[in-house]
Design a protein around this ligand. Structure first.
Ligand code: ZN
Ligand code: ZN
Length: 418
């Protein structure tokens, strides 16, 4: 495994990788002097981990701690672990992370695992392991989904991921192509990435400010196979680009990001919707999803591929059949224009308008930081162990905003801002 890894790393432009590391610390996290950082990464992303660690300490980080995952080791578990292993997770690690976040540490995740790693494994075992993991991670994840701390995800062109995205190319070429796509989408292929991010954040803020001023009651999506009314939560708030965590730090959690997003009302979604891009979910591709909602709940679900996995996802818990996010992305976004299917939600969700099954973000409410879980639920916020985004936008989808008095305002036409 070492030799191809070496040649693959050589295909990644070191100057742009350095800029990505700088953007992760200065834009993604806005890491503060003295702040600790907890990082997770695939072992293949070591070159980026080292650069980010350097930039973190240059920014005055107190202590940087990184946990690595390894695809071969993960597969070894599926090959050899006793059955009961799949109902377990490293609780102690997640408890430690939750403690670090409670003590003020920032969180950075490097994405880049092979999205198809577990596609040949027993789906029951995969589902059980995911469930155990979600449960153990929940207290730590709550600090992230409640936006208590500054956090960020960036990506590294892991060779195993690159081979999935560009299967017709030799590995080194695939890695170079994926690296360049990541750099472009992450806006680090320009002279001054920090300035480019300031401008991009201002553009996204303009969109979310307009939507917040409109105080819409619902969004109505129409397109091929889609006639869907997504009621918005009472007191919902639109966000996009940089936003301020409860610890007072303004950060860009997702790099890249093209979306403005808010919280739907868990009980007020009606109609049917068809996905416009395949969803890569933990090793399975779920394609051509068609679902019907009644009173916010999915009552019918089909997919041309991966239907069994979709149904398992929907049965995770009560909230898994309801929406926790609706997001608007123009069809002309750079990621959409690249035409690449990344098999990675961080990228694919930024190519298209999307909805997410499951947990909502409390920050997507006016005064979200001061609302209790009960208040959020009363205003229509959904809760679940899962949060899974899937794409419903395209150049053929129109969106109307519906006001409380039933009057309408065009929001998007043929996939573009109206
Ligand atoms: Zn989203
Ligand atoms: Zn989402």
């Amino acid at each position: 495994m070492n030799a191809p890894l070496q040649s693959a790393h050589a295909a990644v432009d070191p100057a742009k990788l350095e800029k990505l590391a700088e953007v992760a610390i200065k834009v993604g996290l806005q890491l503060r002097r003295g702040q600790d950082l907890v990082m997770t990464a695939p072992i293949a992303a070591l070159p980026l981990v080292r650069l980010i660690t350097g930039h973190a300490y240059m920014a005055g980080a107190g202590l940087v701690t990184t946990f690595y995952t390894d695809e071969e080791a993960t597969l070894a578990r599926y090959a050899h672990a006793p059955d009961e292993s799949f109902d377990r997770a490293s609780d102690w690690l997640y408890e430690g992370m939750a403690k670090a976040f409670a003590n003020g540490a920032a969180r950075l995740a490097i994405a880049g695992d092979n999205p198809m790693l577990l596609s040949d494994q027993d789906p029951q075992k995969v589902a059980r392991a995911n469930r155990a993991n979600s449960k153990a991670y929940k207290p730590a994840l709550a600090k992230i989904s409640n936006f208590d701390i500054n956090w960020n995800i960036v990506s590294y062109p892991n060779p195993s991921w690159a081979r999935q995205v560009f299967p017709d190319h030799p590995e080194a070429v695939a890695v170079e192509k994926l690296a360049n796509a990541i750099f472009a989408a992450s806006r680090v292929d320009v002279d001054d990435p920090i300035a480019a991010w300031e401008k991009h954040n201002a553009d996204l803020r303009r969109r979310s400010t307009w939507l917040n001023e409109e105080r819409l009651a619902a969004l109505h999506f129409t397109g091929p196979g889609t006639d869907l009314t997504v009621g918005l939560a009472d007191g919902h708030e639109w966000h996009g680009g940089a936003s301020t965590a409860k610890n007072g730090i303004t950060c860009n959690p997702n790099i890249p990001t093209e979306e403005v997003f808010t919280t739907p009302h868990a009980l007020r979604v009606e109609g049917h919707v068809r996905s416009t891009k395949p969803l890569s979910h933990q090793g399975t591709l779920i394609d051509d999803i068609q679902v019907r909602f009644e009173a916010g709940r999915i009552v019918e679900a089909r997919a041309s591929r991966g239907e069994e996995v979709l149904k398992k996802v929907l049965d995770t818990d009560d909230g898994a059949r309801r929406l926790g996010e609706v997001a608007l992305v123009p069809h002309s976004s750079p990621i959409s224009a690249s035409g690449i299917l990344f098999y990675n939600t961080l990228f694919d969700e930024n190519a298209s308008c999307h909805i997410a099954l499951g947990q909502c973000y409390s920050k997507c409410f006016l005064n979200g930081a001061s609302l209790s879980d009960e208040q959020i639920r009363a205003q229509g916020g959904n809760s679940s162990l899962i949060h899974i985004d899937w794409m419903i936008g395209s150049g053929e989808v129109d969106i109307d905003g519906v006001r409380a008095d039933d009057s309408r305002v065009p929001v998007m036409r043929k996939g573009e801002w109206a």
